[in-house]
Ligand binder design. Structure first.
Ligand SMILES: Nc1ncnc2c1ncn2[C@@H]1O[C@H](COP(=O)(O)OP(=O)(O)OP(=O)(O)O)[C@@H](O)[C@H]1O
Ligand SMILES: [Mg+2]
Length: 150
């Protein structure tokens, strides 16, 4: 049992970190947040930010795991009555040794895969707040907060 308080709704998703789930996460979070009546632009921003965070779980977090093994992506979306949306995208993968470096625009550890190193910059620019925490060997958690104009 728990109290709703300032929270109007909450969504939890756990799914395998495999390519096809990037679009599924994007669509699921988008559909859920739509109920808060965001503008088209706000909704597009949220979907892009989620897509970058989820893609990072898929391409970086579980690097080294060979199919058919896979890790999981854990998403928590919390909608607040004041119009804030908090989205947490977490993995239990390899972790990031230097978060400040990883957040630098154009920084990528996968240039040979044509990664541009812009994922964190997109998350930062398309939301109001981005918090990244990570522990090497344990995983990474990305928290994004977006304030919807209401
Ligand atoms: N979930 C994660 N687990 C492990 N490492 C990560 C994770 N997310 C990001 N990283 C590391 O941070 C770097 C920067 O991430 P960012 O999303 O900004 O760029 P990118 O993924 O390399 O390129 P792009 O997002 O433009 O395709 C990555 O290259 C990777 O080394
Ligand atoms: Mg990326």
């Amino acid at each position: 049992m728990r109290k709703q308080g300032n929270i109007s709704n909450e969504l939890k998703i756990t799914l395998p970190a495999i390519g096809e789930n990037e679009g599924i996460c994007r669509a699921m979070v988008g559909a859920f947040v739509s109920r808060m009546n965001p503008t088209i632009e706000e909704l597009a921003d949220i979907k892009c930010a989620v897509s970058e965070a989820v893609t990072n779980c898929i391409v970086h977090a579980y690097r080294g795991l060979a199919s058919p093994e896979y890790g999981d992506i854990y998403i928590l979306v919390t909608c607040y009555r004041d119009g804030r949306v908090k989205i947490t995208v977490r993995d239990s993968g390899c972790g990031i040794p230097d978060i400040a470096a990883a957040r630098t625009p154009l920084f990528t550890t996968a240039p040979e895969e044509e990664r541009s190193g812009m994922g964190f910059s997109v998350m930062e620019n398309f939301t109001d707040k981005l918090i990244v925490s990570s522990k090497v060997g344990h995983g990474t958690k990305v928290t994004m907060i977006k304030k919807l104009r209401m």
